[in-house]
Design a protein around this ligand. Structure first.
Ligand code: PNW
Length: 481
């Protein structure tokens, strides 16, 4: 609805009077005749929801699943909010059919889920666990029976604890390649879209450099850079293995939380600065994948601490992707300057608004710039928003309903800016809302809720929030209003 300013209203009223005198019909504006603008998405745009295995499944010790670094970390005192773990989480291991009905009620056409590597290979490599494979066969078949297309992430941070040295060890990347080959062989008859890994920074830097996530280490810079390299190498080997073990209609990409640089003001100079920042600021990860090398700026910056690269590594890492998945939550504002790099990041004032998670600063134009910077720099074949959503202090009211108007505000604004990208011709193919359900929010345990369905963790009851009703409308209309 457009509300006219006092000046515009005065002008409209004057015009109407003049037009009435002249007997001319004018378009009607103003509060009595709300002007609703519908922002329609391209035909065939895919709407979905996303989750990850350790955050929703539970069943941590069931049917032969091996432990992951997140089981170990969350069971170590002091590592997560109130010592909470993913032992039970949303119990989706047993309730997946109910969860698929929630997806169906929303009307989504796709579901982004991840596989627990240690449910399939309990030690990370070696013997396969048929019961783990059966579980995912049941989930995939149930999705397909309900006309929901699975988009499957092979690794969303739950590294098998049995892999010695975790991501410090190059063998973990090779084990990931073997695991990906197995998944390709056994699932690509029904699953046609795979993402190798989710968010490199979160399982490398947060786990091995700043100890916020599993395994909770604070390695020196050089060693932590090597962990990053093993992360992107795993992606590369996984990509090759999936391709080699799947039919040609299978599409492979990844889900990456590239830093999104937003020009402070939309001028040519600041837009160029945002592009430069995107390339340099993501040098260890997305830039390395898209350009098949570490760019000079990164190598110079790291000097003797730069990662050790072996022959052939970048042939795998730089392999062509069918799509780039972007997990987009927050903006980083940047401006042009005359420094060597040509840009400077703007510090956020303390008054800058954020959602329930303090890191989740609000700037919905980031979804537009995330897409635009990546496409303008590297022209990938397609882009998916593989995650977008927010935490909110959801509290059921007396009637048991959750009126998460702040989440609706967050989502509506992000989709409005995503619409801009689609309507300018950027190849955005789909959007996965994080998340279907409240779930285990890593180090924040169950204290931060990201779902559009409220989960009562005592009873496992799921209740659609206002945002779920809102999203259902968006999907039905293929439009945001
Ligand atoms: C993503 N940040 O993580 C993950 O892929 C999800 O598993 C997670 O639940 C979701 O976002 C919400 O946190 C992120 O600090 C973690 O900018 C941290 C950041 C972004 C995303």
């Amino acid at each position: 609805m457009s509300i006219l300013t006092r000046r515009q209203f005065g002008k409209t009223a004057a015009l109407s009077t003049a037009a009435a005198l002249a007997g001319v019909a004018l378009p009607k504006f103003g509060l009595a005749q709300p002007h609703v603008s519908t922002l329609s998405f391209p035909q065939g745009f895919l709407w979905g929801c996303a989750t990850a295995a350790y955050q929703v499944e539970g069943g941590a010790a069931e049917d032969g699943r091996g432990p992951s670094l997140w089981d170990v970390f969350s069971h170590t005192p002091g590592k997560t909010h109130l010592g909470e773990t993913g032992d039970v989480a949303d119990d989706s291991y047993h309730r997946y059919k109910e969860d698929i009905q929630l997806l169906k009620a929303l009307g989504v056409s796709t579901y982004r889920m991840s596989l627990s590597w240690s449910r399939i290979f309990p030690s990370g490599s070696g013997a396969v666990n048929p019961k783990g494979v059966d579980y995912y066969n049941r989930v995939v078949d149930e999705l397909l029976a309900n006309n929901i297309t699975p988009y499957v992430t092979l690794f969303h941070w739950d590294t098998p604890a049995g892999l010695a040295g975790g991501w410090q060890n190059r063998d973990t990347s090779k084990a990931f390649g073997d695991y990906a080959a197995y998944i390709g062989k056994h699932f690509s008859d029904r699953v046609k879209h795979f993402m190798t890994t989710n968010e490199f920074t979160c399982f490398t830097d947060l786990g091995y450099r700043i100890a916020q996530f599993a395994p909770g280490l604070k390695l020196a810079n050089g060693a932590a850079n090597q962990v990053r390299h093993h992360g992107i190498l795993a992606h590369g080997l996984g990509l090759q293995a999936l391709r080699a073990n799947s039919p040609s209609d299978v599409q492979v990409g990844l889900a990456e939380n590239a830093v999104v640089y937003v020009p402070v003001i939309e001028t040519d100079a600041h837009i160029k600065a945002a592009q430069k920042a995107t390339r340099v600021g993501n040098a260890p990860f997305l830039t390395a994948l898209m350009e098949g090398k570490y760019i000079d700026e990164y190598l110079q910056q790291e000097g003797a601490d730069a990662p050790k690269v072996e022959a052939g590594d970048f042939k795998a890492i730089g392999g062509a992707l069918d799509f780039v998945g972007l997990n987009i939550y927050t903006p980083t504002y940047v401006r042009a300057d005359d420094s060597k790099l040509g840009f400077a990041v703007e510090p956020a004032p303390t008054s800058y608004p954020h959602m329930a998670s303090p890191w989740l600063t609000l700037g919905p134009e980031c979804i537009y710039w995330g897409v635009r910077n990546v496409v303008d720099l590297w022209s990938p074949k397609g882009i998916f928003i593989t995650e977008n959503g927010c935490s909110s202090d959801d509290v059921p009211n007396d009637a048991g309903q959750i009126e998460d108007v702040d989440r609706v505000m967050y989502l509506r604004n992000h989709l409005t800016h995503l619409h801009r990208a689609a309507s300018e011709g950027y190849p955005v193919k789909g959007y996965f809302l994080w998340s279907l359900l409240d779930n285990f929010e890593w180090a924040d345990g169950y204290s931060k809720r990201f779902g559009i369905h409220y989960v009562d963790f005592k009873t496992q009851k799921r209740t659609p929030k206002l945002s779920a009703q809102w999203y259902r409308e968006v999907i039905a209309k293929n439009a945001v209003e």
